[in-house]
Design a protein around this ligand. Structure first.
Ligand code: HEC
Length: 120
């Protein structure tokens, strides 16, 4: 009986250990998502993933401009921003040719969108 419960405990510890590994972010998520603004929160996320390297100027990649609030708000309203960064089916996964953004950063954008994507 005792051995069985020890084995059981070990199993649970291993399971919890693995589960924890998967969920854990390499960098702890400390972002405050209670009040996200277009600038600086959303624009900083775009900057850190190099979005502006492809999506500004007169001929942005894919014809998609992230230049300025109005352009980004349009991609919020037609669902393409969240579709692309969450790798939803039917959308081109962004950032292009790079790993998916961290859950932490995706949550910053989601929180902003859910709050109505305010300009400030
Ligand atoms: C290396 C260049 C590059 C980078 C970096 C990049 N994109 Fe893109 N993006 C593209 C290209 C090319 C397309 C068009 C892809 C297609 O239509 O298949 C595109 C398309 C999009 C679309 C439209 C997706 C759809 O299916 O409607 C959105 C929204 C977008 N990008 C946002 C972003 C965001 C946000 C980032 C940063 C997290 C980012 N992109 C980073 C090149 C890039």
């Amino acid at each position: 009986m005792r051995i069985i419960s020890k084995i059981l405990l070990l199993y649970m510890a291993l399971f919890v250990g693995c589960y924890h590994d998967k969920e854990e972010e390499l960098v702890p998520c400390t972002a405050d998502t209670s009040h996200v603004h277009y600038a600086p929160e959303v624009t900083s996320v775009f900057t850190s993933y190099g979005c502006y390297g492809c999506h500004v100027g007169t001929a942005p990649e894919g014809g998609i401009s992230l230049e300025g609030y109005t352009a980004v708000k349009k991609l919020v309203d037609n669902g393409r921003l969240l579709g692309a960064i969450s790798h939803a089916p039917g959308f081109a996964p962004m950032p292009h040719g790079a790993p998916k953004m961290s859950e932490c950063d995706i949550n910053i954008i989601k929180a902003w969108v859910n709050a109505g994507a305010p300009d400030r």
